[in-house]
Every structure is written in C-alpha cells, then in structure tokens.
Design a protein around this ligand. Structure first.
Ligand code: SAH
Length: 273
C-alpha cells in the first residue's frame, strides 16, 4: 500500500470513520450526529441518504466519493489519499459511510492507510443494513423456532480464489443475509439449492430499507432470480434468506407511505421557520 504524507508537515486533523446507518435519519447515533455537526470536511459514499447529508454544516467541505455497482466512482487508492490529504489541512475530517463502516464498507482498509500515515482516527459504528432491514421489514434475524444463527455475506461472488462456502450457507437453521447480491441472484439460488437448501425456503428482498421508498419482495428461494429482476426493485437492496421470513407478514409494522407524509410535514415546518 502506498503511504501518503506531506514532508515537513504534521497532520493537524483527525479522521472520524462514521456509520450513517441504512437511511432513516433517526437511525443515526447521537455520536455520529455530534461528529457530523462539527465536521470541517466530509467524504461520503453514494449510499448515504440525502436527509443525513442535509445535516452537514454548510461551512464544511462535502466530497462525494460514492461507489455504486457498475457506475464510475473514485478508485479506493484515491479515496485513501484524499483522506490523508484532508487530515493535513482540516481539523475534523469525517469519512461517512452507509450502514456500519466495518461491514462490507472497506472501513478497515481506509484506516490501515491512516495508520501508515500516522494520522489519528476514531470509529463510530452505525446500524448496518441487515439490522435496519430486519427491523423495518418485520423479519427477526434469529428466532428460537426458526433460526439459531445468522450470517452476513457479500453476494459479489467474484473472487475465484475465495469461493463461496455454499455448504455452510445452506444450513437450514441459519438465516443468511446477502449484501450486494441482486445482480447474482441466480448464482446464489443455484449455489444454495445445489448445496441442499430447500427451494421452498422463504426469502425476502428489501429495497431502500428504512426509507419512505422501502419495498419488500417476498417469495421462496426457487424464485429468487425472478424477485431480483422485478422492474419495481430499486437499489440498494438486501436479501434475507431463511425460515424467519415466514414472520414477515405477521410482524410487518412499517408503513413507508406514512413516513413520507411525516417527512413532508417536517419539511413544511422547517420552511416556515
Ligand atoms: N456498510 C454497509 C454496507 C455496504 S455494502 C452497511 O453496513 O449496511 C452495500 C450493500 O448494502 C448494498 O448493496 C445493499 O445490499 C445493502 N444496503 C445498504 N443500505 C441498504 C438499504 N437502505 N436497504 C437495503 N439494502 C441496503
């Protein structure tokens, strides 16, 4: 890894690696809120919701370094370099990431660069998409009758050197949460069914979880690719695979439409101030 530093200078700032949660602004931690409010520069990902970006003080420099599957974005090395450069010139640099920065967020890699450059940092955890989705879609990730454990996996399936452990994921007593899996739904379905997971296993795909545009697509493992290809499905979306999905109708409480009315109401109040 290339280490960046500015000769003869000492970094005066600190980097805060902050989890922004899955979307709903109220799912931000109080610590993340406080840190964001005192930011001098914020580097943020495409996944961070607009409501959260609106909390950034207008005096702070805002830099989009977002990543979205298949879309152009800043290469990771450039992001690492930018973080270091900003820490030399700004006091409070916030690296804001969707969900939790240590779950499929490359937060660890970015911190390794900071360590190599001698820059101080702190980490503020966030509510990961699996927890946000589970709560707002009414699907507990574990349940004494249905699942004794849960695994969070990436559905990128792209590294031949690190093959997916389908045998392990096929355990019927385990809930499987797949991040970044929509484009590989057929590979995931085949991998699990070939390893022995029942084609009737209930599955849910939840898009834009915790926001006013949340949608749930519920079916079984056999239909996973069809559910993922639904034209109404918007990104980001998460898959939950396992018997716990049976509870999705009984425990469904969240009404995205009600949230959008509430937000409209809040906006009206704000603009009259
Ligand atoms: N660090 C993030 C995950 C980054 S990977 C976290 O802890 O949540 C990006 C993937 O997260 C997306 O492809 C999608 O699968 C999932 N994701 C993030 N936000 C989501 C949301 N609001 N609704 C559904 N899935 C989401």
């Amino acid at each position: 890894m290339e280490v960046v530093s500015l000769p003869g200078q000492v970094a005066k700032g600190k980097v805060w690696l902050v989890g922004a949660g899955p979307g709903d602004v109220e799912l931000l931690t109080m610590k993340a809120y406080r840190v964001l409010k005192s930011a001098d520069a914020v580097l943020y990902d495409a996944l961070v919701s607009q409501d959260i970006l609106d909390l950034i003080p207008s005096s702070a420099e805002k830099i989009a370094v977002g990543k979205r599957a298949g879309k152009h974005s800043a290469p990771q090395d450039d992001i690492n370099q930018l973080l270091v450069t900003k820490a030399y010139t700004r006091k409070n640099v916030v690296r804001l990431k969707g969900g939790d920065p240590f779950i499929f967020g490359r937060g660890g890699e970015e911190l390794q660069t900071l360590v190599a450059s001698g820059i101080a940092f702190e980490v503020v955890p966030g509510i990961t998409a699996a927890s946000g989705t589970s709560a707002y879609a009414g699907i507990p990730l574990t349940h004494r009758d249905y699942a004794q454990g849960v695994s969070f996996i990436t559905g990128h399936c792209q590294l031949a050197s690190r093959p997916m452990d389908w045998q392990g994921y096929a355990n019927p007593n385990n809930t499987l949460v797949v991040y970044m899996g929509i484009l590989n739904a057929n590979i995931i379905r085949d991998g699990l069914i070939n390893a022995g997971r029942s084609p009737d296993t209930p599955v849910a795909i939840v898009s834009k979880a915790t926001t006013a545009s949340q949608q749930r697509f519920i079916g079984n493992l056999n239909d996973l690719a069809q559910l993922a290809a639904d034209p109404a499905l918007e990104m980001p979306a998460l898959m939950i695979i396992g018997e716990v999905v049976q509870l999705a109708d009984t425990l469904n409480w969240f009404e995205p439409a009600a949230l959008s009315q509430q937000q409209t109401h809040t906006n009206v109040k704000t603009s009259s101030n």
